[in-house]
Design a protein around this ligand. Structure first.
Ligand SMILES: [Zn+2]
Ligand SMILES: [Zn+2]
Length: 315
């Protein structure tokens, strides 16, 4: 099969079709999305080599569970061992033995086929298009914040950043509090949110109260320091940015103002699929362009450009 492979350089390669281990399904990929994590991996993050890609929708072609056969699915990307202390504590996303689809120890979704444990799969409702379904994984990362915070409708929430993930987060937070505002630097990106009736402001000219919650999704090392200037005393900062280089931050400010800083990563697929099915989160405006797998190198070039939002690969 064809795959987009990274081993220090990106290339389209012919590789053997994967064969599922016990408990795993074989999935034929329909659409896969390029994420900032993929761009960070090709700059050295995680030290991963192999088939990239972790945001996908596909059709189950082989599975032990006959109910799954022929079904359209999305899949959670963490594959835990099931036996360790963290797995027993129901923290499979933190299993030290885990593999992660297209990120660590497991070939990813930029290929004709992939394998994942059947337990990781979720059926996609018929009302969700393939394009939209490919956003389930990053949208689930937005819903992780709801699990962590249980925001109230009175909470003043600032989302810092106007990229793909920041936009999904802003839409998700808006469902919970209309006192949500997205602060960004690109008017055309902010306008995608304004078209949905969501409040935005330019980062440089923001005039407003300090927020109860600041969600840092800039993808930039300096994002945390900006967040520290926007959060109220005893407020919570949610950190979504994983930068490939380490950044320093104003720790004294966090101490004096007794700020809670909470990391946040992968999230629950079910509410993400529900939001896509109900149309309460709108992902189509985020799609910049769709490429074929053969055009994968061009697709990555395009994804890295600042004027781009989501790039999808069609298999
Ligand atoms: Zn991702
Ligand atoms: Zn484990």
């Amino acid at each position: 099969m064809k795959a987009l492979y990274y081993d220090g350089t990106l290339s389209i390669r012919e590789v053997p079709e994967p064969s599922p281990a016990p408990g795993e399904a074989l999935i034929r990929v329909l659409i896969a999305g390029i994420c900032n994590t993929d761009l960070e991996i090709i700059r050295g993050y995680m030290g991963f080599q192999g088939i990239l890609g972790h945001e996908f929708v596909g059709i189950v072609e082989k599975a032990a569970n006959p109910y799954l056969l022929g079904k359209r699915v999305v899949g959670e990307i963490n594959c835990p061992c099931g036996n360790c202390r963290f797995c027993r504590m129901e923290m499979p996303g933190h299993c030290p033995e885990r593999s992660v689809l297209g990120i660590s120890g497991r070939p990813g979704a930029f290929a004709e086929y992939l394998c994942l444990p059947e337990a990781n799969l979720h059926l996609v409702p018929d009302s969700v298009s393939d394009d939209a379904a490919s956003f389930t994984e990053p949208l689930a990362a937005a819903f992780r914040i709801i699990d962590q915070l249980s925001p109230s409708s009175e909470d003043q929430i600032i989302v810092l950043g106007d990229g793909k993930l920041a936009q999904l987060i802003t839409q998700t937070m808006w469902l919970h509090s209309k006192h949500t505002v997205c602060l960004g630097k690109h008017d055309w990106k902010l306008s995608l949110l304004r078209d949905l009736g969501i409040s935005t402001q330019h980062f440089g000219t923001y005039q407003g109260d300090m927020a109860d919650v600041v969600i840092e999704a800039t993808g930039r090392p300096e994002g945390l320091n900006h967040a520290l200037r926007l959060i109220r005393p005893e407020g919570t900062i949610i950190l979504k940015t994983t930068c490939h280089d380490n950044s320093s931050f104003d720790a004294a400010r966090a101490v004096v103002n007794e700020i809670r800083i909470q990391g946040s990563r992968c999230g629950p697929f079910r509410p993400a699929l529900e939001a896509l099915a109900l149309g309460t989160v709108e992902v189509h405006p985020l799609i910049t362009e769709v490429f074929s797998l053969e055009e994968g190198l061009q697709a990555f070039e395009r994804a890295a450009r600042p004027e781009t939002m989501k790039i999808l690969l069609q298999l």
